[in-house]
Design a protein around this ligand. Structure first.
Ligand code: IPM
Ligand code: MN
Length: 355
């Protein structure tokens, strides 16, 4: 297995190091081999060269089995440049049309929701990752005048929503929730009567291929209420790119914060290259202090293994993470873990053979 590693900015390289430590340990334990290749993309390189992804970089990355991304974001780089030029560019160019965001409260992790336990907060958001308001379609008219007009169009295609919805149904089937298999489409069909009507019709049609999965629907505003009040309601959610972005931050908070939440940008097609990342940012103020939480990055590595033909190893990494949050760590915030970044990595490595 060939893995491209973009450690990125701020604390990105520190959490990436712990994820790679766990990868090394699990590969020895389970007897598989891999090679990593480092890429220095991110804010530092951008400030030096004024390019986010050099010419040919995407085609180089395309050859890898997977990409691991630590974090991008630099205080001296204007907002939007690295997001659009690196993260979104890779998602689009590599056609990573699924953004997979598990919302799982690990044992021992504090949630801001009163009286909710790990068994209550355990669902997965499947977010479409290549369309919607993220396409960059729009423009200005009479810019910088009192009559200025700005448009930003949401683009939805039959192919784009159908492939995402079908993958989400299949994922729900494979997840095989003992409480019952249910896929909830989250959209806004009462207002977005064109784009989300396409999603709704496609959802109803694809549902027929999966009679064993309950096809459910929530408006996005109601979904935000239920995620806070009754998160146990959900099994799998499928949603559009922009709504998915918003509800997954809400999801990250109810599962204990950005130090815990991991995600995958998946191209499920044969030969597709997927990219896995912790959801927290580059947290520049903690750089080099060995205090940042590596759990999200280690979780992202577990997901990478689950989606590259090493499911049992990935599952074991995630069980080891739960063991460490449940029996060792005092908290999940930077500097409040009771352990350093490297110690948490060591604890997960030690737990691999106990779970
Ligand atoms: C995410 C992030 C990105 C997004 C940003 C950094 C462009 O918030 O992965 O959810 O909006 O998709
Ligand atoms: Mn987001």
């Amino acid at each position: 297995m060939q893995i491209a590693v973009i450690g990125g900015d701020g604390t990105g390289p520190e959490v990436t190091r712990e994820a790679l430590k766990v990868l090394n340990a699990i590969s020895q334990r389970d007897g598989f081999t891999y090679e990593t290749t480092d890429f220095d993309f991110g804010g530092e390189r951008y400030l030096r060269t004024k390019e986010t992804l050099p010419v040919g970089a995407v085609d180089q990355l395309r050859k890898f089995d997977a990409i691991f991304l630590g974090a991008v974001g630099h205080p001296d780089v204007a907002p939007g440049i690295l997001e659009k030029g690196l993260l979104l560019e890779l998602r689009f160019q590599l056609d990573q049309y699924i953004n997979l965001r598990p919302v799982k409260l690990y044992p021992g992790v504090e949630t801001p929701l009163a009286n909710k336990k790990p068994q209550d907060i355990d669902f997965v958001v499947v977010r479409e990752n290549t369309e919607d308001l993220y396409c960059g379609v729009g423009g200005f008219l009479k810019k910088h005048t009192a009559d200025e007009v700005a448009t930003q169009s949401a683009v939805y295609t039959r192919k784009g929503c159908e492939r995402c919805i079908r993958w989400a149904f299949d994922f729900t089937r494979r997840r095989n929730n003992p409480k019952g298999k249910m896929l909830t489409l989250v959209a806004k069909t009462n207002v977005l009567t064109f784009g989300h009507d396409l999603w709704w019709r496609t959802f109803q049609e694809v549902a027929k291929e999966f009679p064993d999965v309950k096809a459910d629907y929530n408006h996005v505003d109601a979904c935000c209420m239920w995620m806070v009040k009754n998160p146990e309601y959900y099994d799998v959610i499928v949603t559009t790119n922009m709504f998915g972005d918003i509800i997954t931050d809400l999801g990250a908070m109810i599962q204990g914060g950005m130090g815990v939440a991991a995600g995958g940008n998946i191209n499920p097609d044969p030969g597709g290259t997927s990219m896995f990342e912790p959801m927290g940012g580059s947290a520049p103020k903690y750089t080099g202090q060995n205090v940042i939480n590596p759990i999200a990055a280690i979780g992202a590595m577990g997901m990478l293994l689950q989606h590259t033909g090493h499911a049992a190893s990935g599952d074991r990494v995630l069980r080891a993470v739960e063991h460490v949050t449940g029996t060792k760590m005092k908290g999940q915030a930077a500097g409040k873990m009771g352990y350093s970044t490297t110690q948490v990595g060591d604890l997960v490595v030690a737990a691999l053979s106990e779970v």
